[in-house]
Design a protein around this ligand. Sequence first.
Ligand SMILES: [Zn+2]
Length: 475
Amino acid sequence: MDVVIGLEVHVQLKTKSKIFCTCSAEYTKDVPPNTHICEVCTGQPGALPGFNRKVLEYGILLALATRGKINPVIRFERKNYFYPDLPKSYQISQYRAPLSLGGFIELKSGKKIRLERIHMEEDAGKLIHVAGETFIDFNRAGVPLLEIVTKPDISSPEEAVEFLMLLRETVRYLGISDGDMEEGSLRCDANISVKPEGQKELGTKVEIKNINSFKFVKRALEFEIERQAELLREGGKVVQETRLFNESKGITESMRTKEEAHDYRYFPDPDLVPIEITEDLIEEVKKGLVELPIEKYRRFIRDYGLTEERANILKSDLYLANFFEETVKKIGQPEKVANWLTVEITGISRELGIELKDSKLTPERFSSLLGLLFEGRISRAVAKKLLKRIYETGEDPLEIVEKEGLTQSEGGLEPMVQKILETHSEQVKQYCKGKEKLISFFIGQAMRETRGTADPVELKKLFEEKLKDACKSMD
Ligand SMILES: [Zn+2]
């Protein structure tokens, strides 16, 4: 079966104020309900909206980053429907003259997922259901959204997830949204249909609404593909409908069929004048463009010789990516630096529950620590211990190492290993005769010598190498 998927993604913009009034756009749990509201965002009769230009700038920025064609004149329209969280009974959105048309997001494979359009609109309020009662919080009403609609270019759940990840990274890189799916600042609806392999005509599409995590996007799509494919294999028909993903059961369930679909009766909002988007404005906004995540990913592989996996982890977070580059600028060794960042630092961050950007570790401290390690002045084990400590305290690694005498002898562990083998020639002979357990004896000697600061794994490797040579010369 061929799978055809199109996505509609809502991205909440992190402007200070709402899209059509000056209320604060903050609506987190810490904000008491219905405190960031006014007559505009609660739809009082006679209240007039005024447009927040910052929303336009953020929208243009994303349109430029995705190579969309920006409309020279845009307009807001009323999308009419009734719902308790929508006090005006219409949502101010865009329809016939949206912000931009076309553009694309390129996946790592080079495949381009084309965009249909990007438009601006307002968010609705929030219904809160508690013990059989329903409350409404309008703090979220009027928070600015960008809706990004793709063409049906996505052919698997994996591609859908990759697209969403890249979109999230892009809005974060641009600084226009938190892109947090679990927090609701990035929300996704998916249109999906399947058809027998090679068939030109598209199958009947089903819409899955409000999927709120990357994991659920994948699971909802996988379930839906299987459900539709099985229907077709058994000679049945897919019904055009809207479905919801039931997270606890891991299945999609019917919400409404086509007959119940809305006719939104869009018409231009008479309270908001059409907006001309000048070349000057576009040029001004263009200054905020940055290297895109996919470009950074390719550059990291090309210029630093990183593996795809490492480059992917580093590019997923702009702070991490910059941290990597600043460290490499100081001490080179991109592969080793990437390894320490993606393995050790990620581990420490998880263990302590402190993100790198909130830690005390700076690229200066990090590179000076790695410098000590690469020069062989401290062991790997000591470096690991110190890294965790500096991550929390921000101390200077050089000072700690000197003050606490953590350096190992000149030239690293090798001379010491050599010396231990020379002073224990009897044990070396026995080892060569097959008593391989003696390796622990040698490591033990070395650990005593270094007061436990050496890395046993490193020591084992060194001893094995040296012993191999020693045994050869005995033959
Ligand atoms: Zn307001």
